[in-house]
Design a protein around this ligand. Sequence first.
Ligand code: NDP
Length: 255
Amino acid sequence: MQNLFDLSGKTALVTGSARGLGFAYAEGLAGAGARVILNDIRDELLKESVSNLRNKGYEALGKRFDVTNEEEIEQCFLALDDEGIKVDILINNAGIQYRKPMVELELENWQKVIDTNLTSAFLVSRAAAKRMINRHSGGKIINIGSLTSQAARPTVAPYTAAKGGIKMLTCSMAAEWAQFNIQTNAIGPGYILTDMNTALIEDKDFDKWVKSSNPSQRWGDPEELIGTAIFLSSKASDYINGQLIYVDGGWLAVL
Ligand code: NDP
């Protein structure tokens, strides 16, 4: 029987993948056979991460663009068109967090968090889906949500609004693009050990709260997200559309 999880011959673009969860998704997809395009906003780190994957024997390339910049996104996809590179799998991973009580929150920071976590997924998916539709190839789009797609926490209002938006944007993409054999789903990571959480990991009270509120009694590792990313990128998930799969050690189950 055919290996349902084999991604050989596929090209995957992962945004915000020079480090953290994005890098883990990219390495995981490369391990499953895909050629991977790493993206990030910082050129140096991006180059290092591409070399890192190449040194491991994977086919990897880097494309620097800011996921909030419509022009840069379009230029990147036009360059890929010129190079004859077709994106079959897109993971909209780039994201930022900004913590501040809502009464003190500046409009500029509200907007930046919404743009980076939500509007970016619309912009990059639009460029990718347009091409998947035109070439009748189908494809896979994975948006990255969060526990805050379902449960609010204090001091992260724009992040929560964006990640809640990701849930329904995923449904909207499925509603419009399922007819073109494009499956759009989302992953909702729980509390994972990445640079985004450095301050929280070092905060003893927060660390204690994460462990005590989670039935698994621990943070997650980036590697623990890879299986879901491969599954949603592969043939194994061809009839799954518009879903958000939480990978949270059971945190939401006991909320
Ligand atoms: P990191 O901060 O470790 O990595 C995010 C990467 O995205 C960084 O390399 C960052 O670049 C890049 N990035 C930021 N803004 C842009 C931009 N405008 N254009 C291109 N790249 C950009 O985050 P994580 O790996 O922890 O998180 C990845 C995703 O997973 C995010 O969407 C996050 O919301 C989500 N998530 C993470 C959880 C966790 O516990 N870690 C939990 C739930 C969801 P730079 O280095 O310059 O900042």
